[in-house]
Structures are given as structure tokens and as C-alpha cells.
Design a protein around this ligand. Structure first.
Ligand code: PEP
Length: 249
């Protein structure tokens, strides 16, 4: 049985004070939630205060990025061990916004995932096609290439600590959600690809989140699909009310 995982990506939003207040509300709203893993990913400046606020709760902390080195002359970057030290367990890696604005590619995403895994942090690895690729019927070939690139060299035991987030780029922040059928088609393809690379048992326990305009009104129909094991939520994660409703779909 795969435990559903709902993660909120706050992106470059929320001051420290706003982050603490959102964390407080979530703590209250979600105190009785069972059967779900809930992750919040605030901006770097808010990670430590949110970690303090969520201490002792079932809400887990995630970062939005990390750098693939332990320490050193990498101005402006944050290492996995710095994140680990303040209680970060998950890290979003290879979000389409990082691929677009910072030119991250599958090979860098793969390196970052390896660094995170070495420190027992769990990568949430994002993949997904653009609208142009979908319209040219390239979705499956793009996903196949992304899967083999981002998982390159990862062992079966490392795979157990990874979450894949399928985020069609055309659905992120646009209000256009993939239909549950469109999402399921790609999720089951991802699982088959992982099955081809690893053992069936590993592929069937891999959690695959859907991301792209997930809202309280569409989450339940997505989560009904067999291969959809959670959601990576952007805009709707910025309000305690909508994120809590999504978690409790
Ligand atoms: C995201 O950025 O990961 C995302 C899914 O955003 P939104 O929910 O706003 O589409």
C-alpha cells in the first residue's frame, strides 16, 4: 500500500512572519489527519522558523532546492547537510521553474538527488512535458528520457526513498489541470518505465505525485486513479484553508 503524500511548494512566497502563521494554521487544521504524509516546502529563509513551529507534529519539512556539494565556494547555494541540520527531510529537485530559469537538466537533477540520498534526505524529483511537446505527441518520449536521466545510477534501495512528481508544465500555475485520465495515463507509463529499470516490487511501491493546478475541487478525482499517489501543490498551498482541504480530500 502506498501512503498518499501531499506536498505544498510555497515557492518564493511568504515572509518569515507569514510562514509561521501559515504553519500554525496548518498545525491546527491537520492535527487529526491520518493516513497521509504531509510536507510543506517554504522558502529557505523560513525553513528554520517553520521547523520550530512544526516540531512534534506530523507535518514534515521540505526544501525547494539544494546544491550538489557538501560545502565550499558556491556563493548563494545551500548544501544538503545544512538542510538536514535544521530538520529538512524532503527536497523538491528539478522543478520545471528551476529547469526553465536556472537551466537545470536531468543530469544535474540526478546529481542533486544522489547528494540528497547520501544524507538520507528524500528527493521529490519533478518531471513533465511542455505544451508544445504534448501537442507534438512527444509526452511519452520526453518522460522516458527524463526518467532514465534523473534515476541514472540510483540503486534499488535509493529508489525506495524517492518520490516522483509528474508535473505537466502546461498545467502549472495556469489553472489548467490535466484530467485524471490524462494524468493516470502518464503515471502508469512512469511506473512501467521504472519497472523496466528496477524490480516490479520497487516500481509498485514508488510514490508518484501529480502536480499542476491541484485545488480542493479536483484533488479527489485525481487521487482516485490507481497510479496517482499524491499531489505537489503550488498556488493552493499558500492558504491554510485550501491546502488543508486538499490534504483531507
Ligand atoms: C508547482 O509549482 O509545483 C505547482 C504544481 O503549482 P500550481 O499548483 O500552482 O499549479
Amino acid at each position: 500500500m502506498r501512503k498518499p503524500i501531499i506536498a505544498g511548494n510555497w515557492k518564493m512566497n511568504k515572509s518569515v512572519a507569514e510562514s509561521i502563521s501559515l504553519a500554525k494554521e496548518l498545525k491546527e487544521n491537520l492535527r487529526n489527519v491520518e493516513g497521509r504524509e504531509v510536507v510543506v516546502c517554504p522558502p529557505f529563509t523560513s525553513l528554520f522558523p517553520v521547523a520550530e513551529e512544526l516540531r512534534g507534529t506530523k507535518i514534515t519539512l521540505g526544501a525547494q532546492n539544494l546544491f550538489a556539494a557538501e560545502s565550499g565556494a558556491y556563493t548563494g547555494e545551500i548544501s544538503p547537510s545544512m538542510l538536514k541540520e535544521i530538520g529538512v527531510l524532503y527536497c523538491i529537485i528539478g522543478h520545471s521553474e528551476r529547469r526553465r530559469y536556472f537551466k537545470e537538466d536531468n543530469s544535474l537533477v540526478n546529481q542533486k538527488a544522489k547528494f540528497a540520498l547520501n544524507l538520507e534526505m528524500k528527493p521529490i524529483i519533478c518531471i513533465g512535458e511542455t505544451l508544445e511537446q504534448r501537442e507534438k505527441n512527444l509526452t511519452f518520449s520526453v518522460i522516458k528520457q527524463q526518467i532514465s536521466g534523473v534515476l541514472d545510477g540510483l540503486s534499488t534501495s535509493e529508489l525506495a526513498n524517492i518520490v516522483i512528481a509528474y508535473e505537466p508544465i502546461w498545467a502549472i500555475g495556469t489553472g489548467k489541470t490535466a484530467t485524471p485520465e490524462q494524468a493516470e495515463e502518464v503515471h502508469s507509463f512512469i511506473r512501467k518505465e521504472v519497472f523496466a529499470l528496477y524490480e516490479e516490487e520497487m516500481a509498485s511501491s514508488l510514490r508518484i505525485q501529480y502536480g499542476g493546478s491541484v485545488k480542493p475541487g479536483n484533488v479527489a478525482s485525481l487521487m482516485q486513479k490507481e497510479d496517482i499517489d499524491g499531489a505537489l501543490v503550488g498556488g493552493a498551498a499558500l492558504s491554510a484553508d485550501s491546502f488543508s482541504k486538499i490534504v483531507q480530500y
